[in-house]
Structure formats: C-alpha cells, structure tokens
Design a protein around this ligand. Structure first.
Ligand code: SAH
Length: 338
C-alpha cells in the first residue's frame, strides 16, 4: 500500500522523507506542491527525476479520481463526484459567494444517522473518510474551479462527529499556515447532534464555527425524522449548546429545514424560540430541498417568511438561506453516493 502524503503535516512528511534516505528540506518542497494542488509527483518540477520516480513507487499525493462534474445553470455552483481508492464514491460542492469561494466537503462515504429527509443516508454508512480524502476534496475543487478557496463547510455527506479524529486531523492540516492556511473562523462544521462531541469540539477547536441540525423543536417530532434524537434528546442537546456558548463565546447556527405541514407552523416557531431563548445563536431556515425518495415537500416562501418573522419577533435572529445548486442536486441534503 502506497503512503498518501496528503495525510501528513510537515513534521510527519519530514520524517517520511528522511526515512527513505532523502534530505529533510525536500519535505517542505513537496508539502508546498501538495498545498498548491499538485496531483502527481510528475508536476513537482523542482525535484529531480530520480526522486520523483522513487516517490511514485512508494507514495501518492492524490487518491481521489474525478468521475463527474455538474455545473448549475442558475449560479456558479459545481458538484463533483469522486471515486475513492476502494471504489466508494463521494460528492463535493464548490460555491461562489460575494464574500468568497466556499467548498462543502463530505466527511464520510454514506452516513449512518438515518435522517428521513436526507439523501445522504439512503445507502447507510460505507466508511469514514481519512483526513487526506477530506483535504483532497478541497484541493481538487479549487483546482477544477481554477479559484482560491476561502471558506470550508463540513456539510456534505456524513456526520463529522461520527468521524471525529479524522475530522480533527483535517482541520489542523487545512489551517496550517504552511499549507492552505484557512482561518478556523472561515470553517463551519455541522452536526446532527452527537452531544458528547460538542464539548470536545468546543475545547479542541473553539474558533471553528459550529452548526447544529435541529429541524424540530420537540422530541416526538425530532425522533421521528432524526433517529439520533432517541439517543440524545433535545434538552441534552440544547444544554450542551448553552455550555458550548458559555465556554467559547461563539454563536451557534441552528439549521432548521422547513417541511411543509410538518414543522413549519407558528406554534413550532414559538416552541423553537422558547428553546433557544437567551442563547447566542442564529437560525438558518432552509425550505426543505427535494429528495425524490422522501415524499416530503419544502415550505413555500410566504410561510417560511412568516416563520422567520415570528422567530425575530421573539428575539431569535433568523434568515432564510439562499440555496445554491438545487438544479444539480447539490443543495443541503441532496448529496449522495453518486
Ligand atoms: N451530518 C451533519 C452534516 C450534514 S450537513 C448534519 O446533520 O449536520 C447537511 C445539512 O442539510 C444538515 O443540516 C441536514 O439536516 C440538512 N438536510 C438534510 N436533508 C435536507 C433536505 N432535504 N433539505 C434541506 N436540508 C436538508
């Protein structure tokens, strides 16, 4: 098995390079090439032919194979389908905003959380992604789009807190000033609410933004659509969020997908605002995106606006999210296993 050098920080790469009998400074050259998107040793033109050949024999810098690109007709969103080395597939989304370019990465191939409204869990979990496979999604999306990346959202397929150690390694790599140097403040990790990981994440990465997929203000409703709620009910979740806020001073984003006739009434808005009262937070309302298999529908714009106004009236800041890439099934909850 060849070693994937994209998994390594500079220290680890230096160790690897000296272990194969090369001079330590080569590691920095290779590290720079990886961070600037090189997908083969061939491209690393300041290394000798012999060294490039030697590295090819024992290592790789790119394990993803691009299978398909789809570009939205209405915005600049692009969705990429990649094959992993073991044949599993994942999706990644590149988005252009006024404030910069953002990549939405997957953290697992498939997902075992089983939320009923989401396409990503339909085939169950295949496996965790490595840090390199997460980083390579960013590098490949940047290279394909020909654009620099300013923001990362870990909101693709998978539950990042179900793959915490690899997620942590990825965050450290992408933040590394010698690497892509992406500020922690420009990274958002979203969880469906694996409660014990919230305080750990707040401790390990207090500057990374945290988003919580809430989607319902009461247990009966939430447990029906999000099985994770049966293990970690709403009061535990909210308590962990309040604690997180106290410790980090950071504002949490709550994602709330509005499902027509299910969770979008004014009394749902009232219960939601009771739940979040006094917390440093923001609610992102997303009219549910179409996922063929679910038979569920998104709330219409007018009802969504009324829901938002009700939250605001009760002191909870809320916005209705502009969804990018819905025409290529690249919006929230629409990513799947190819
Ligand atoms: N597993 C993590 C990361 C995925 S983020 C999490 O649950 O937070 C993807 C976001 O899209 C989550 O907030 C998810 O609940 C939401 N989502 C899933 N299906 C959706 C749909 N059909 N329409 C809108 N949002 C959806």
């Amino acid at each position: 098995m060849k070693k994937n050098l994209t998994n390594m920080n500079l220290n680890e790469l230096e160790r690897f390079i000296t272990d194969i009998g090369e001079q330590k400074f080569r590691a920095r050259q290779i590290y720079k090439w990886i961070s600037s998107g090189a997908e083969s040793f061939e491209e690393m033109t300041d290394l000798s032919k012999e060294l490039r050949h030697k590295l090819q024999e024992v290592a790789t810098v790119c394990s993803l194979e691009l299978l398909k690109v789809q570009e939205s007709a209405s915005d600049h969103t692009r969705k990429f389908l990649f094959a992993l080395e073991d044949g599993n597939t994942i999706e990644t989304v590149f988005m252009k905003y006024k404030y910069g370019n953002s990549v939405c990465i997957s953290s697992q191939a498939g997902c075992r959380m089983g939320c009923t409204f989401c396409a990503s869990g339909i085939g169950g979990l295949k496996r965790n992604l490595t840090a390199a496979e997460m980083l390579e999604q960013v590098l490949a999306a940047s290279r394909q789009a020909g654009e620099k990346i300013n923001h990362i959202v870990v909101m693709g397929t998978g539950e990042p807190f179900d793959n915490y150690l690899n997620l942590a390694q990825f965050l450290e790599l992408i933040h590394d000033p010698e690497g892509l140097n992406i500020s922690y403040r420009n990274i958002t990790v979203s969880t469906c609410g694996i409660v014990p990981m919230i305080s750990r994440f707040g401790h390990d990465f207090p500057q990374v933004n945290l988003a919580i997929s809430l989607h319902a203000p009461e247990d009966s409703l939430r447990s029906r659509t999000m099985p994770v709620n049966r293990s970690y009910p709403i009061d535990q979740l909210i308590q962990a969020c309040r604690e997180y806020g106290r410790k980090t001073g950071r504002r949490i984003t709550f994602e709330y997908a509005l499902v027509k006739g299910v969770n979008d009434s004014l009394s749902h808005a009232d219960r939601l605002s009771d739940l979040l009262r006094g917390m440093l937070c923001h609610v992102n309302l997303i009219p549910l995106n179409e996922v063929r298999e679910t038979g569920l529908h998104g709330t219409d714009r007018e009802t969504a606006e009324r829901f938002r106004a009700q939250l605001e009236k009760r002191g909870i800041p809320a916005t209705i999210r502009r969804e990018l890439g819905a025409d290529i099934s690249a919006a929230c909850g629409q990513l799947r296993l190819g």
